[in-house]
Design a binder for this molecule. Structure first.
Ligand SMILES: Cc1cc2nc3c(=O)[nH]c(=O)nc-3n(C[C@H](O)[C@H](O)[C@H](O)COP(=O)(O)O)c2cc1C
Length: 718
């Protein structure tokens, strides 16, 4: 059985992992991977294919399916019945808040049927907005799927499904290498510097021996050797093995580990070998919003070294993907509670690993600590698959019982209350279950891999290139900026929380090198298909950091040699003084741009709506929210007060109806950017109402049609 997934943030992948485990328990040979790692012809080699895919963008296929999808859509396959022998099942994940609910799964299903494949089981569409989220559809579907498998492909006589209480063999192969490892080559500048100041360095063979000695698990740690009792116990002077490493003079002279000393607690800066990735250096990273504003919004500027010609040719926008890393203190915490201290820094041998396990670019051998720092998401919210496996690694009966209870049918709410609602992390969960000791050879099977996070590049045109670039050409970096709101909140267990990437970005120091990936935005096809795209009017609506892609669109027009189309921007924030992003810049373009800002928390008339009592950032951050407020914040419950006469962009659009209708008549590009959920829906409704009220069309249906056919309507919401 092949289980192929398409996933942006990991939900579909998690479902695929569960489906695979279920199939393995029914003795299937399985292959589980993202769609893009699977050849179309391989579909013919398996008995059954399960597709699990989310929908992203505006009804789009996830990024890791795009190649597969392109191949599947090849014109010459149509009417070929080429998948006549393929049996498949589809499980879709979506969010009914989006207009094109579960479109990726639907498109895939239609195409597979068109190519002759037959459905093994009815397709299913899960809705994230449902009370119990995806699970409310997924769990019954899984039970139905299992029953159908047993029915249509019964197990041979005498063969039983492998019970849940029995541990399956690991999928990945990882082990700590035996002690006698060759001494790594002195390739890096840092290394040669390391040895250059050593007094009378020993011959290489001696150094290798000492190195191996230190690699040995029984060799005492630095801490132990610093403790003189070790010396007394063993009779070996502490410095014996390190005598050659005595520094002759001050280490700072060599810039040795300078950054490590200064920012000892920061994630490592070694860039990763990411397929399609390019090197970038942080030029600046500063807080854009004032310190007393509730939200820390970062303006981060990078120099990007890569195939810059092709990036420059990607008019429209680019997406910059960041690969966040863990903090050393969290990793050390995990190493210590799992009892991995002795093996954490010894080289690892990974013969079969997940393909997203990106190694360090400098080719240094990986250690367990390395992959924990760079690859494994130890602060993710624990998923069912993780909890299921944990129960095998504790000898404490109460813990086993408690872990298994979470997974029992009917306990979904309890599981949710323990994990997702308080945003509990894997690391915290492991602290709650001190009896659990995960063996090293299971880490790749159990921990999720860190996913990259995408940011719209918020500059374009001339600002991408420096004078140096223009003069010296493509060897010079491009300057790319992102504008990111850090995710920091507290939950019902009153713990302040930070997203993994937010924490990484917050302390990303200028000068840090990292690997990023630059890809064209999905909006690219929509925004610039026609010649003269720049000459079309642009009707932009942005809330908060949704302004990022709009700023790039504006900057692009500035450079246009012809006459750029005029721009109408509706911008929504909370306070003019705190989050009217890039307000100064808009005045530079007032020959072709009009901005209507509105601020939901700034009262027009202080008598009518008195200002809210001023809160410090800390108060705002630590404010204990009611359960309803929490639900609204996490999008789990509707905010019934949402639209009531507030100063939101949709109301501003209605207020300026005439001007908006005039622009809509001219076939503009409409770009709506900001948080997903109610804003894009309300904005579209406002456009529809305006078109009817201003007499452009008669009915709301006609207005919808107008938006669909006469405008290029692009939403970038998250
Ligand atoms: C930027 C973005 C765009 C989305 N667009 C759609 C959409 O057009 N239709 C839909 O049904 N769901 C949409 N969703 C919801 C996701 O499909 C849903 O959250 C899913 O559980 C994510 O699964 P994944 O983590 O595997 O990608 C979107 C989510 C995001 C973050």
């Amino acid at each position: 059985m092949a289980i192929l997934y398409g996933s942006e943030t990991g939900q579909a992948e998690e479902i695929a992992i569960e489906v695979e485990e279920m199939a393995r328990r029914l003795h299937y040979q399985t292959r589980m991977d993202e769609m893009d790692s699977f050849k179309l012809s391989d579909l013919l080699k398996v008995s059954l294919v399960v597709f699990v895919t989310s929908t992203t963008g505006q009804g789009d296929m996830p990024t890791n399916t795009l190649n597969f999808w392109k191949n599947l859509r090849r014109e010459k396959l149509t009417n070929s019945n080429c998948l006549g022998s393929v049996k498949f099942a589809i499980f879709g994940l979506g969010d009914s808040g989006y207009r094109k609910f579960n479109w990726a799964a639907r498109k895939l299903q239609v195409r597979l049927l068109q190519l002759g494949a037959s459905e093994f089981l009815r397709a299913s569409e899960a809705d994230e907005r449902h009370n119990n989220g995806i699970d409310s559809i997924y769990l019954p579907w899984k039970a139905e799927f299992r029953a159908a498998l047993l029915d249509k492909y019964p197990l041979p006589e005498g063969v039983e499904p492998i019970p849940d209480e029995q541990l399956l063999p690991p999928k990945y192969s990882i082990r700590i290498t035996p002690t006698m490892e060759p001494f790594p080559a002195d390739t890096s500048a840092i290394k040669s510097a390391l040895y250059s100041h050593v007094d009378n360095p020993a011959p290489l063979s001696q150094r290798r021996f000492e190195h191996n000695e230190r690699q040995d698990a029984s060799f005492p740690s630095w801490e132990a050797r610093e403790d003189s009792s070790w010396e007394i116990r063993t009779g070996t002077p502490v410095e014996v093995l390190d005598k050659n490493n005595v520094l002759k003079d001050h280490p700072s002279k060599y810039l040795l580990g300078k950054s490590d000393q200064k920012f000892a607690a920061l994630p490592p800066s070694a860039p990763l070998r990411v397929p399609g990735g390019v090197l970038a250096a942080v030029v600046d990273n500063y807080r854009y919003t004032p310190a007393d504003h509730w939200q820390d919004v970062r303006h981060i500027i990078f120099d990007v070294y890569g195939d810059n010609e092709s990036i420059l040719n990607n008019l429209g926008q680019s997406i910059l993907s960041i690969y966040p890393k863990n903090y050393p203190e969290d990793v050390e915490d995990l190493i210590s509670i799992m009892g991995w201290t002795d093996v954490a820094d010894r080289p690892l041998e990974i013969t079969i690993g997940p393909h997203r396990l990106f190694r360090r670019l400098d080719g240094e051998p990986s250690t367990l600590r390395d992959i924990l720092l760079h690859n494994l998401d130890i602060t993710a919210i624990p998923k069912r698959n993780f909890i299921r496996q944990l129960a095998f690694w504790t000898t404490n009966k109460d813990e086993v019982e408690r872990l298994r209870e979470f997974l029992l049918d009917g306990n979904e709410q309890e599981f949710y209350d323990y994990t997702s609602r308080p945003r509990r992390t894997i690391l915290e969960l492991l602290h709650d279950f001190p009896g659990v000791k995960i063996p090293v050879d299971r880490v790749l099977d159990m921990f999720p891999i860190i996913r990259h996070r995408d940011f719209s590049v918020c500059n374009a045109g001339e600002s991408l290139t420096s004078q140096e670039y223009l003069y010296k050409g493509a060897n010079f970096p491009l300057r790319m900026e992102i504008f990111a709101a850090l995710v920091e909140y507290k939950t019902i267990i009153r713990k302040p929380r930070q997203g993994l990437c937010s924490r990484y970005l917050k302390h990303l120091e200028p000068g840090t090198n990292l690997t990023v990936r630059i890809t064209p935005s999905r909006g690219l096809n929509v925004l610039l298909p026609s010649p003269g795209g720049f000459e079309r009017p642009l009707l932009a609506v942005a809330t908060g950091t949704g302004i990022a892609p709009i700023r790039a669109l504006v900057q692009e027009r500035v450079e246009y040699e012809g006459m750029p189309g005029d721009i109408l921007l509706f911008y929504g924030g909370r306070n003019r003084k705190k989050d009217y992003h890039f307000a100064d810049e808009w005045t530079w373009y007032d020959n072709f741009m009009t901005v209507y800002p509105c601020f939901s928390r700034d009262p027009d008339d202080p008598k009518e709506s008195p200002p809210e009592p001023k809160k410090t950032e800390e108060e705002e951050f630590l404010k204990i929210k009611t359960e309803e407020e929490e639900d609204i914040e996490f999008g789990l419950a509707p905010d019934l007060d949402y639209d009531k006469g507030k100063k939101y962009v949709q109301n501003e659009i209605r207020k300026r109806g005439k001007e908006v209708a005039e622009m809509l008549k001219r076939g503009p590009i409409v770009a709506v950017c900001g948080s997903a959920g109610k804003m894009p829906v309300s904005v579209r409704k406002a456009f529809v109402e305006v078109l009817v009220k201003e007499g452009v069309v008669k009915t709301e249906e006609e207005a919808e049609m107008w938006l669909e056919r006469r405008t290029t309507y692009w939403e970038d919401t998250w």
